[in-house]
Design a protein around this ligand. Structure first.
Ligand code: NAD
Length: 248
């Protein structure tokens, strides 16, 4: 796959799945924008790594749930590159605690990032994609938004289900110029699951046909496919990448 000179924004890309996606695009020749919310050190490290491949790389601090931050980030990208070709809405949070301990603020925080954040970045970046009559938007949802439901992550699961719905609405809104699709990973080996106990994670692994969590690279592979010309006739779709979790 060749993404030479494409401008790619990956939200929440200082670590985890977003970082792998950003690195893969850079290796395929893209100019990548690293977005981070707070971890400047990690963001700078990944920006330096990507710059060493010889591509232009921009690093921008923005909370995707803040409309001002998002507007400023998109303006800065347009000022520098004049366009955004590919947007990966990867930034997401999961606050795990018991159902009865969960409060309204947990819900608000989760929905603000996982849903409203995607809306804001897709709205402001989409405007420029429409101008160029070209764009690919890939949203990172989760199997939690489809059928692997856990009451201790009730707000996360609802947000990821909402994101699958939003993917279809964005595909309709931006047709025929922008393909909008989603990837629904099952368990992925990243820092997002660091707070969960080993015994719990081991029991979850047993439910997966492949008996292991995905590596972030395996999610990046599917994202790059969806952003490529090979996926040009896929629109409004959600692709599960879960190692057979549903069947295990
Ligand atoms: P992660 O916690 O390692 O990375 C998430 C990144 O998003 C972090 O860099 C974080 O700082 C950033 N972020 C969070 N809120 C933000 C905000 N408001 N503005 C900007 N950046 C923000 O987790 P990950 O596993 O790499 O998750 C990436 C995506 O994949 C998330 O949307 C997550 O829900 C989804 N996902 C993860 C798994 C998994 O098992 N790890 C499974 C399915 C889906």
């Amino acid at each position: 796959m060749n993404f030479k000179n494409k401008v790619v924004l990956v939200t929440g890309s200082s670590r985890g799945i977003g970082r792998s996606i950003a690195v893969r695009f850079a290796k395929e020749g893209a100019n990548v924008v690293i977005n981070y919310r707070s971890n400047e050190k990690e963001a700078n490290v990944i920006t330096e790594i990507i710059s060493s491949y010889g591509n232009d790389c921009m690093c921008y601090k923005a909370d995707v749930s803040s409309e001002d931050d998002v507007k400023n980030m998109i303006d800065a990208i347009i000022k520098k590159y004049g366009r955004i070709d590919i947007l990966v809405n990867n930034a997401g949070i999961a606050i795990d605690n018991d159902f009865q301990d969960r409060g309204v603020n947990d819900w608000k925080e989760t929905l603000n990032t996982n849903l409203i954040g995607v809306f804001l970045v897709s709205k402001y970046a989409g405007k420029y994609m429409l101008e160029k009559k070209y764009g690919k938007i890939i949203n990172i949802s989760s199997t939690n938004g489809i059928d692997t439901i856990y009451p201790y992550s009730i707000d996360y699961d609802a947000s990821k289900a909402g994101l699958i719905n939003m993917t279809k609405n964005l595909a309709i809104e931006y047709a025929p110029f922008i393909n909008v699709n989603a990837v629904a990973p099952g368990w992925v080996d990243t820092g997002m699951n660091d707070d969960l106990s080993k015994s719990y994670l081991d029991s979850e692994k047993e439910k997966i046909l492949l008996k292991r969590f995905a590596d972030a690279e395996e999610i990046a592979d599917v994202v790059l496919f969806l952003a490529s010309d090979k996926a040009r006739y896929i629109d409004g779709e959600t692709i599960r990448v879960d190692g057979g979790l549903k069947l295990g």
